[in-house]
Write a protein that binds this ligand. Structure first.
Ligand SMILES: [Zn+2]
Length: 60
């Protein structure tokens, strides 16, 4: 997994999990769900409004 979605309550958890999950360069971005039914926070049932993605590229 190279992205973790989070509601506004669970940003800290998402960032911690990104670091512990091996993300070399976790970046927090706003997330705009196209289909809310298919997306929810990784920690609760809320709609996510943030996503942590791994921006690390081995070529840099
Ligand atoms: Zn949540």
């Amino acid at each position: 997994m190279d992205r973790i979605m989070s509601c506004k309550e669970h940003i800290e958890e998402a960032l911690d999990d990104a670091v512990y999950g091996g993300f070399k360069l976790p970046v927090l971005k706003a997330f705009f769900p196209v289909d809310k039914q298919n997306h929810k926070c990784a920690y609760c049932e809320e709609s996510p409004i943030y996503v942590v993605e791994n921006e690390y590229s081995p070529t840099i």
